[in-house]
Design a protein. Structure first.
Length: 315
């Protein structure tokens, strides 16, 4: 069989299917959950030894929840019409959804199966932790799974009702960080909850900036994000205020009893300042927002990594 014949016998959707799964996994967006896990694990490591096996299962479970949320959310956004309403000039590498249905990488049925598989894998990982490591993780797991599913899905449709930003702040701040800490230490400390608040706000800011290019399409499909509600100009000011509160929160943390090394998080502050300035100048020009999106992403990653290294190395 020649190479050409082999190519013609391979179902054309197979390659697209894997490309679609890669988009659903979306490594650059997955950095949000990774950042929260890094912070939770670092604070757990500051208080005692790390169980690397259980940390790996925690990472796997949270990754699967995130991929499942992305997949099920694509279906809801497709059904609402918001993905189809987005113009090419409004697309950026960080916004506009995963577009696996718009670009015909998967069918709706295939995407539903992918979502189901990831939700099942996340549930298995969670039950392993609940059954063999820490039963109290069950409640955080249920909360996280519910926020992930109902972020898009009816009847709650949080992201369609101006509540998506709150859901993201809770999930990527306290829930993931506290859950990671709980698996390791069998308790949740006030320190991890306090430290997770600025990180949750920083990740909410990343969602916020990514909603700016989507605002017109979202509004046309009835998706009432806070950016849609406020409009571009006021949303840009709210973005800058959100970042200011984030970094002020980091400064305050040691005065609330956290290790001084938590100030290592401030390494990300200059990038956040750069992002805020750019968003205030170009709130409604998608192409001009891309550098600010990149800076916002890097700022929250550096917040988590800087805080983690500071706590572990400096204390």
């Amino acid at each position: 069989m020649t190479a050409e014949t082999l190519r013609t016998h391979v179902p054309p959707f197979d390659r697209d299917l894997w490309r679609g799964i890669w988009r659903i996994a979306d490594p650059k967006i997955t950095l949000a959950s990774v950042a929260s896990m890094i912070l939770g694990a670092a604070l757990a490591g500051y208080d005692g030894a790390i169980s690397w096996g259980w940390l790996a299962i925690t990472v796997l479970g949270i990754f699967c929840v995130e991929a499942a949320k992305n997949a099920s959310g694509e279906i809801v956004d497709w059904d609402s019409g918001t993905d189809q309403a987005l113009r090419d000039d409004e697309r950026t590498p960080f916004s506009g959804g995963k577009r696996v249905l718009v670009d015909r990488l998967m069918s709706r049925g295939q995407l539903a199966v992918v979502a189901g598989v990831f939700y099942v894998l996340a549930t298995v990982a969670g039950l392993l932790i609940v059954g063999y490591r820490e039963p109290l993780v069950f409640w955080l797991g249920v909360a996280g799974m519910a926020l992930a599913f109902f972020y898009h899905a009816p009847p709650l449709k949080l992201s369609y009702r101006g509540l998506g930003e709150v859901a993201v702040g809770l999930a990527y701040g306290p829930i993931i960080a506290a859950g990671t800490y709980l698996v390791q230490r069998h308790t949740v400390s006030a320190d991890v909850l306090l430290a997770s608040i600025p990180l949750g706000l920083a990740i909410t800011a990343f969602l916020w900036i990514n909603e700016l290019p989507d605002a017109r399409a979202d509004a046309s499909a009835g998706k009432r994000t806070l950016v849609v509600v406020l409009g571009h100009a006021r949303a840009a000011k709210a973005f800058a205020a959100l970042l200011a509160i984030t970094w002020l929160g980091v400064v305050v943390l040691p005065f609330l009893g956290l290790p001084l090394g938590i100030w290592g998080a401030l390494i990300g502050a200059p990038l956040a300042l750069r992002a805020a300035r750019r968003v205030l100048r170009f709130p409604d020009v998608a192409e001009r927002l891309v550098p600010a999106q990149q800076a916002t992403l890097l700022s929250f990653v550096l917040l988590a990594v800087g805080a983690a290294l500071g706590v572990l190395l400096v204390g």
